[in-house]
Design a protein around this ligand. Structure first.
Ligand code: ZN
Ligand code: ZN
Ligand code: ZN
Ligand code: ZN
Length: 227
C-alpha cells in the first residue's frame, strides 16, 4: 500500500514529530535524549559501543525503527525485538544475512560488536513462506554507558502510515483480507464502510496496525514495542 507521502516518525524521548531523513540529526540534538545519556554516564559500570541502527521494511520503507543496540548483545536479541514489535504471527523461522537476500547467513549468537566490525548492513528475513524482509543499517555509533539494561533502546519509530477508505476516501482504520487476497484491491476501509462491508470469507476486516507484516499470514498486530 504505497502512499507516496514522505514518511514521518516520532522521537521516543521528546515525542517530537520528525521526518524520516531527519532522525539522526534530531537524535544528536534532542535535549531529552541528551539528559538520559548524561544520567547513564553517571552510573557505575563499563561503557561499550552502542550502535544506532535504522531498521526498515524493504517493500516501501514506510515502516522504520531507529534503535540503539548494545555491542555486547546478540542478533538473537535483535530478532526477538523485531518479532515482538513487527513480525510474530506463528513462530516462523528467521535469519540474518549479509549481502542481501541470498547472502551469507550470520548466526543468531553473534554479538553486535562482532557483526558490525565487518558489516554495516544486514538483511533479516522472517518466514520463508510469506516472507517479511527487513534491512538493518548502522548509521552511527558511540562509546558510552547504555541508557537501558535491555539489549536495545527504541529511539524513533514511523507514525502509522495514512491510508484511505476504498469506498469514500476518508481515513481508513480497517483492512479486508478478502479484498486484498481475492479481489487484489487495497481493501482499506473507514469505520463506517468496515461495518457495512460484504466480504466475510476471511472473517471481519482487521484493524490497521503499524507493521509491515499487517495482513501477511493473518498478522493482526498488536505491533507494540516490547520495551
Ligand atoms: Zn527528541
Ligand atoms: Zn504465520
Ligand atoms: Zn469509507
Ligand atoms: Zn473486502
Amino acid at each position: 500500500m504505497p502512499r507516496g507521502k514522505p514518511s514521518k516518525g516520532k522521537c521516543a524521548y521528546c515525542s517530537a514529530e520528525i521526518a524520516k531523513n531527519g532522525v539522526s540529526k534530531h537524535l544528536l540534538t534532542c535535549s531529552e535524549r541528551q539528559a538520559i545519556i548524561q544520567q547513564a554516564e553517571r552510573k557505575k559500570g563499563a561503557g561499550e559501543t552502542l550502535y544506532h541502527l535504522r531498521v526498515q521494511d524493504t517493500a516501501h520503507g514506510e515502516f522504520w525503527l531507529d534503535l540503539e543496540m548494545r555491542g555486547s548483545k546478540t542478533l538473537k536479541d535483535l530478532d526477538s525485538y523485531l518479532r515482538r514489535i513487527w513480525l510474530e504471527c506463528c513462530g516462523h523461522l528467521s535469519q540474518f544475512s549479509v549481502g542481501g537476500w541470498q547472502g551469507e547467513k550470520i548466526p543468531m549468537s553473534r554479538k553486535a560488536d562482532d557483526v558490525f566490525m565487518y558489516d554495516n548492513e544486514l538483511t533479516h528475513i522472517y518466514d520463508f513462506g510469506t516472507e517479511s524482509v527487513t534491512r538493518i543499517k548502522v548509521v552511527d555509533s558511540r562509546v558510552g554507558k547504555p541508557t537501558t539494561t535491555r539489549p536495545l533502546a527504541l529511539m524513533a519509530r514511523n507514525l502509522m502510515p495514512e491510508s484511505e477508505c476504498i469506498e469514500c476516501k476518508q481515513p481508513a482504520a480497517w483492512l479486508c483480507m478478502e479484498c486484498l487476497i481475492e479481489e487484489n484491491v487495497g481493501g482499506t476501509l473507514c469505520d463506517k464502510h468496515a461495518k457495512k462491508h460484504p466480504h466475510e470469507n476471511y472473517g471481519e476486516p482487521i484493524p490497521l496496525v503499524n507493521s509491515p507484516r499487517l495482513g501477511m499470514c493473518g498478522y493482526e498486530g498488536p505491533a507494540e514495542p516490547p520495551y
